[in-house]
Design a protein around this ligand. Structure first.
Ligand code: HEM
Length: 497
């Protein structure tokens, strides 16, 4: 009986695979779009599940395989999926026709409280929350938060000096400890000492660790929203008691203290004091509960640690490989300290042009996020290739591939910060640089992340010079669904004389 059941199940699965593969292929043939045939049911996700590479690298293979196609389709079970290659079409999706592609292509389940954040939200709810969080990232607000990052950076240099072993390597992890201390200060307020051995760092590292279960859950989330909902998958359930508890405690304490620290906790109280969030046009309403605000802080935490540490690490790796650039940056940093009585400020950091160019170029070569996703919410037609896209189609757009395409960046594998000189900027048209995404859903924390990363880099380079060590196999990227994390490379800090 058991064997018969297994046999029947196998036949049903095989029949579904055969039918679904044919269906996907026919669907896109009718629309005149080339179809990636290697796995007609799971497309690029099959490559990701079976090989030790990041998803972004598999997309890059498709990009190179179809150099003349404006878009390539691949199977993702029953959801039509399109990988857009042409820059005009990319611009159409991310900016020109944002209304038709305002959805991120991901949706969280209702009981997954910490996934109820801007990244996963869509529609009017996304608009309401994004609007209420935007004031945290204005220049004025960042200026008032600069002291938090500076303190974390100064304490981090002291921490490295006290622990000589940390200078020798494992630098990505060490940078994560700095980032976690800084974002901890920005969310919960600074204390007298930055905390480098924090439970929040462990939480953010665990939340993004590539375990089998997490890879499976994110793959289902990307392949099919209905299936993800049906299986009622939670992504961050295990972190709820710790993180929501910490936010609740901070907010209640701050209410009773009645002091302004210019951090996220202050902003939460101000939002809560104004009551229900309302969209007058649609009538959509949202209560700014502790849980809703904790979910935003939770994602800020993850983003403040992993991609921000990646951006810093990529910059240090490239500086260590290019001594002339490193020397120029050392000079810029030393001059800034000397001209400002050894006291930096938000304006001084933002004004460091060469640092900005070196970091932008490092993030061009190694963008912490390799591609973007959207979902079509209104039937439309992509301008190049006249491709009909129906509501419900999942869209993937390249970041890494554009950043490495010689058509847009001549000699793309070379590290050249001069590409980002103001006078050379015309050639880097707006849509070609996407380290922080593009359009209305562009990274809300871009300026915060840049300030945190730059402040950390400035204090590190004021005190240390660096050596980059690459293994014989050469630089690679780790297997990861979203992030592009460098592997086979490390950075050593050497005290400056
Ligand atoms: C160097 C560090 C970072 C990088 C490279 C990065 C990159 C990105 C990218 C590529 C996106 C997708 C944008 C799009 O779809 O067009 C994104 C979205 C987002 N990022 Fe970041 N990010 C970084 C740091 C941060 C930080 C520190 C925060 C918060 C404090 C943050 C908050 C967000 C949020 C909330 C979204 C979702 C925006 C939306 O859907 O409206 N990010 N980020």
């Amino acid at each position: 009986m058991f064997l018969e059941l297994i046999l029947a199940l196998t036949i049903i699965i095989l029949a579904f695979v055969y039918w679904n593969g044919k269906y996907n292929e026919r669907y896109w043939r009718k629309r005149g779009v080339k179809f990636y045939k290697k796995n007609k049911v799971l497309g690029v996700f099959w490559d990701f599940l079976t090989k030790d590479k990041s998803l972004s690298e598999h997309l890059h293979n498709i990009y190179k395989q179809y150099p003349n196609e404006p878009a390539i389709a691949f199977g993702t079970l029953l959801t039509p999926s399109l990988y857009i290659r042409d820059v005009t079409n990319i611009q159409y999706v991310l900016t020109t026709n944002f209304n038709a592609f305002s959805h991120r292509g991901l949706e969280a389940n209702e009981n997954d409280l910490l996934a109820n954040n801007i990244l996963f939200m869509n529609g009017k709810k996304w608009q309401l929350v994004r609007k209420s969080m935007t004031p945290l990232f204005t220049s004025t607000k960042l200026k008032s938060m600069y002291y938090i990052m500076e303190k974390s950076a100064q304490d981090f240099v002291g921490y490295l000096k006290e622990n000589p072993n940390l200078k020798k390597g494992n630098t990505f992890n060490n940078l994560s400890t700095f980032c976690s201390a800084a974002i901890c200060g920005a969310v919960f307020g600074v204390t007298t000492e930055s905390i480098f051995n924090s439970p929040f760092l462990k939480m953010s590292q665990n939340a993004l660790k590539q375990t089998f279960a997490r890879t499976f859950n994110f793959t289902i989330a990307s392949l099919s929203i209905p299936l993800f909902k049906l299986l009622n998958i939670s992504l961050f359930k295990e972190f709820e008691p710790f993180f929501i508890g910490a936010i609740k405690q901070t907010l209640r304490q701050r209410e009773s203290e009645n002091v302004k620290k210019h951090d996220f906790a202050d902003m939460c109280l101000s939002i809560q004091s104004k009551g229900t969030l309302k969209d007058s046009e649609s009538g959509v309403e949202l209560e700014p509960t502790d849980e809703l605000l904790a979910a935003q802080a939770f994602f800020f935490f993850l983003a403040g640690v992993e991609p921000t540490a990646s951006a810093m690490f990529a910059t240090l790796v490239e500086l260590g490989r290019h001594p002339e650039t490193l020397q120029r940056l050392h000079n810029e940093i030393d001059e800034a300290f000397e001209m400002n009585d050894n006291k930096l400020s938000f304006d001084v950091v933002v004004g460091m042009k060469y640092l900005d160019m070196a970091m932008s170029e490092s993030m061009r070569l190694h963008p912490p996020v390799g591609f973007l996703t959207r979902m079509c919410v209104e039937d439309t037609v992509l301008p190049v290739g006249n491709i009909k896209v129906s509501k419900g189609t999942k869209i993937f757009t390249p970041i890494f591939e554009i950043h490495h395409d010689p058509k847009y960046y001549p000699d793309p594998e070379s590290f050249k910060p001069e590409r980002f000189l103001r006078e050379n900027q015309n050639s880097i048209s707006d849509v070609l640089y996407q380290a922080f995404g593009k359009g209305n859903r562009i990274c809300i924390g871009q300026r915060y992340a840049q300030l945190q990363a730059k402040t950390g880099l400035i204090y590190l380079l004021r005190n240390f010079t660096i050596k980059t060590h690459i293994t014989k196999e050469g630089i690679k990227y780790k297997k990861d669904q979203i992030a592009l994390r460098l592997a086979n490379v490390d950075v050593e800090f050497v005290p400056r004389t």
